[in-house]
Design a protein around this ligand. Structure first.
Ligand SMILES: Cc1ncc(COP(=O)(O)O)c(C=O)c1O
Length: 430
């Protein structure tokens, strides 16, 4: 299909980036299961290695199946380019890598996936980077946390596990004023429910493992670049604005303009960090994305029904779903997420930790797994699993207190999901 901003989301989720295979006419994007690509001649090879010509060299850097997925996600997010990688966690490191250096920090929301809190509070210290966690609803606290060494603000649009919703526009204004990029993890919302770039985000990261693939088959990640950030203005981003020794002094921003971040992600990030997505994974994710809008509509519809039922149940203390009219986030949800706030939320079970453990054991349709964004309904007791490395204070700040379970509502018959929760709650609170 020819490029055109006139196509709707439902069309783009099927067609963007893909065209019939030029060699065979295959309608579905083939899985290019190859490590390397034959150069036309020695000059062609040299031009590719000098970044003077765009093409395929080696599948650690680029692969035609993965390239289709990159273009598809970039288009759906409204970005200029994207880099896919091996997991959502890889995408986060890949997003920070060109921005940070020893002594630099990222100002991050307290409401993040527990694995991200661990990655940011522990692992990135090994690179000499650090994170400052703030409540991103408190814009003054965000402003106060940003210092001369801050290189990015990081949040989730719809936060895992609580399903809390972020006012991206307000946060982007703070980041803009400080001349630093806002990075939004849009995993739980997906571009169907939220397009962070339209609200001022510089970069969007995804765990494609979740809703984009949609059925729990492969891990993957993606970083989408808005192409709108001036990497040279402040002198804070030398990897993008200054000469790159490994490419004979090439300056990424000067040479590639709005595509600087994307080219850097491939030519330096994937080349040297090697967190590459394999073409099989890209294939599964491309299959999943074709039905993204249909699934997200159903995830939202089901989550609204299940959350409302749970809220009315006396065995449940509270439900955090931002799509409930009673949520403190209801106004923001309607303003910033008019198509709904996704399928992810937590609820607190009367009876605390023990009741939560009994509940997850008693459920029959819900699977007890460390994943979200599947067609199947999933549940997890975060405090004893994904968030167990965190302190009690961090668990509570992240919405994963010991009396809370997280659900990822699937696209099954909602009455069956409610019946399953009903029988399991009876056993958990007997
Ligand atoms: C919101 C969010 N971001 C990032 C990740 C990390 O993704 P992955 O497991 O693909 O590394 C997860 C995983 O659960 C997540 O929920």
């Amino acid at each position: 299909m020819s490029d055109g901003p006139t196509y709707g989301f439902d069309t783009l989720q099927i067609h963007a980036g893909a065209r019939p295979d030029p060699a065979t006419g295959a309608r579905q994007t083939p899985i290019y299961q190859t490590t390397a690509y034959v150069f036309r001649d020695a000059d062609h090879a040299a031009a590719l290695f000098n970044l003077q010509e765009v093409g395929f060299i080696y599948s650690r850097l680029t692969n035609p199946t993965v390239a289709v997925l990159q273009e598809r996600v970039a288009t759906l997010e409204g970005g200029v380019g994207a880099v896919c990688c091996s997991s959502g966690h890889a995408a986060q490191i890949m997003a920070l890598f060109p921005l940070m250096g020893p002594g630099c920090n990222v100002v991050a929301s307290t409401r993040l996936y527990g694995g991200t809190v661990t990655q940011f509070s522990q692992t990135i210290k090994r690179f000499g980077w650090s994170a400052k966690f703030v409540d991103t609803d408190d814009l003054d606290a965000v402003k106060a946390a940003i210092d001369d060494n801050t290189r990015a603000v990081f949040c989730e649009s719809v936060a895992n596990p609580g399903g809390y919703v972020t006012d991206i526009r307000a946060l982007a204004d703070v980041a803009d004023a400080a001349q630093i990029p806002l990075i939004v993890d849009n995993t739980s919302a997906t571009p169907y429910l939220c397009r962070p770039i339209e609200q001022g985000a510089t970069l969007v990261v995804h765990s494609t493992t979740k809703y984009l693939t949609g059925n729990g088959t492969v891990t993957g990640g993606c970083i989408v670049d808005s192409g709108q950030f001036d990497w040279s203005a402040s002198g804070k981003f030398p990897s993008l604005s200054e000469p790159e020794p490994a490419y004979h002094g090439l300056k990424f921003h000067e040479t590639f303009g709005p595509l600087a971040f994307t080219f850097h992600g491939i030519a330096i990030g994937l080349r040297d960090l090697g967190m590459t997505m394999n073409p099989q994974a890209a294939h599964y994710t491309l299959m999943g994305i074709e039905t993204l809008s249909l699934r997200m509509q159903r995830h939202v519809e089901n989550a609204e029904k299940v959350a409302a039922w749970l809220e009315a149940d006396p065995r449940v203390d509270y439900v955090t779903y931002a799509g409930l009219p009673s949520s403190p986030y209801a106004e923001r949800a309607q303003r910033c997420y008019p198509k709904g706030t996704g399928g992810l939320f937590t609820f607190a079970v009367k009876g605390g930790y023990d009741a939560c453990v009994k509940l997850v054991n008693a459920l029959e349709i819900f699977s007890h797994v460390a994943n979200l964004g599947d067609t199947r309904s999933l549940i997890i007791h975060s405090a004893s699993t994904t968030h167990r490395q965190l302190t009690l204070e961090q668990q509570e700040a992240a919405g994963a207190a010991p009396n809370v379970v997280r659900v990822s509502i699937g696209i099954e018959d909602p009455d069956d999901l409610i019946a399953d929760l009903d029988q399991a709650l009876a056993k958990a609170t007997a």
